[in-house]
Design a protein around this ligand. Structure first.
Ligand SMILES: C[S@@+](CC[C@H](N)C(=O)[O-])C[C@H]1O[C@@H](n2cnc3c(N)ncnc32)[C@H](O)[C@@H]1O
Length: 409
């Protein structure tokens, strides 16, 4: 409970949840429980915040506030273990802030005593959907028919999906290998297998030998859409950790350059390619500063898997809901426009550029592409089979993505 509270407090102070958890190093055996608590609290933070506001009569320090949020989450997740949770939480509070022990005890017991009435009073949209109000308003404006399902999908537990390396075996062969180990899965795409239950990668047959990778089914659409043929010059401009790089190379023997501007993420491209037994030229560079890294080579295919608000992947990263600011949307859209303009110069005539984000905000997606097309008469947008608008909205089976395939005349 203490470590989860610390992680939530760090997220509220602006750190990402993965960084926060990595820095805490809870005792062996506790890691999974700490993660469950911290992820669960952040998924449900809108409601938990509102409940705590009802229960507290004066402000408390951020660390105590975060700990009480985790305690409330645990009480909601395990209603039958209420008294044990209260005892554990009060012990954690007494280590953090001994003088607040009585307050914590009263808050949590009041919650147990009055749960239904308290929850009924938390009727704001931010509490009901557990997103910031501005986010709810943006999603509703963008997707008037689907906004609730988009928001609710972001609060689900993420599924685990595998990409079968078609150079090694077929999805049916891999499903049979899973079945031999008593693992159930279902084919949900060309190379995609959705596991019935998430599993540690060490338990997956052939993982270290590169037979499969972990990749969301929506993300697995990118490489086939790019339509790479044998021997082509291909640029993967925002490549780390290399999920889509590996997929492109599994599909075709091509001459691939993978860039990423983050030196900390770059080694993961090499690790992934090594595990898959594939090769690419991997460079640390800002793809928009073309003059600094390009030798003038034109590429027949370019993938721009652009940095974005990541609003389509909140079920994997619930901290994103609370770390983003509304102004990030315009800021990201400006970065994305600069990237598209810079990389377009490197596309060979007749070549194709696939623009991708994991966002559900049109400013980063359809609007970004409409503006790009308006300022580039040599570009046209190609239709994508089965994905008319280019927007894949998130649901229980996959994350949210946007794809636009552009061709240069
Ligand atoms: C959505 S992620 C890419 C995911 C990756 N394509 C995959 O499938 O595994 C976006 C990446 O863009 C990188 N990035 C951000 N700005 C960049 C820039 N100016 N030049 C190159 N890479 C950049 C980030 O470091 C991040 O790794």
């Amino acid at each position: 409970m203490s470590a989860a509270g610390e992680a939530v407090a760090l997220v509220r102070a602006g750190r990402s949840l993965s960084e926060a958890l990595a820095g805490l190093a809870p005792a062996t055996g506790q890691r999974a429980a700490v993660q469950d608590l911290a992820y669960g609290a952040l998924r449900n933070l809108g409601l938990l915040d509102a409940l705590l506001a009802e229960l507290l009569h004066k402000p408390v320090k951020p660390a105590l506030h975060a700990l009480l949020l985790c305690a409330l989450y645990q009480l909601r997740a395990r209603p039958h273990a209420g008294h044990t949770t209260v005892d554990q939480s009060v012990r954690a509070v007494s280590r953090l802030e001994p003088a607040a022990k009585g307050l914590a005890n009263a808050v949590l017991r009041n919650y147990l005593r009055d749960t239904d009435a308290l929850v009924a009073r938390c009727n704001s949209e931010a509490a009901q959907y557990s997103y910031p109000q501005w986010w709810i308003a943006r999603v509703r404006a963008a997707w008037p028919q689907q906004w609730e399902s988009v928001l609710n999908a972001g609060n689900l537990h993420p599924p685990m999906t595998l990409r079968v390396n078609r150079r090694r075996l077929t999805p049916e062969q891999y499903l049979a290998r899973l079945a031999e180990r008593g693992i159930s899965g279902e084919r949900v795409g060309e190379q995609a297998i959705l596991l019935e239950r998430p599993l540690p990668i060490e338990t997956l047959p052939g993982f270290s030998a590169g037979e499969v990778s972990v990749q969301d089914a929506g993300a697995q659409l990118a490489a086939p859409l790019l339509d790479v043929q044998q021997g082509m010059r291909v640029l993967d401009a925002c490549a780390a950790p290399g999920g889509k790089t590996g997929h492109i190379l599994e599909l075709a023997d091509c001459n691939l350059t993978a860039l990423d501007s983050d030196p900390a993420r770059l080694p993961r491209i090499n690790d992934n390619l090594k595990r898959l037994g594939l090769g690419a030229r991997v460079l640390c560079a800002d793809c928009s500063s073309v003059a600094l890294w390009s030798d003038g080579t034109l590429y027949e295919r370019i993938l721009v898997d652009a940095p974005c608000t990541a609003s389509g992947v909140v079920k994997r990263h619930p901290d994103i809901k609370w770390l983003r600011r509304e102004s990030d949307i315009d800021r990201m859209a400006a970065t994305q426009a600069g990237m598209l303009d810079a990389l377009w110069q490197l596309l060979a005539p007749g070549g194709k550029l696939l623009y991708a984000t994991c966002s559900v905000f049109p400013q980063e997606n359809a609007q970004a592409i409409a503006s790009f097309l308006a300022r580039n008469s040599a570009a046209s947008r190609l239709p994508l089979a089965g994905l008319d608008s280019g927007q894949l909205l998130p649901d229980a089976r996959h994350d949210g993505f946007f794809y636009a395939l552009l061709e240069k005349h």
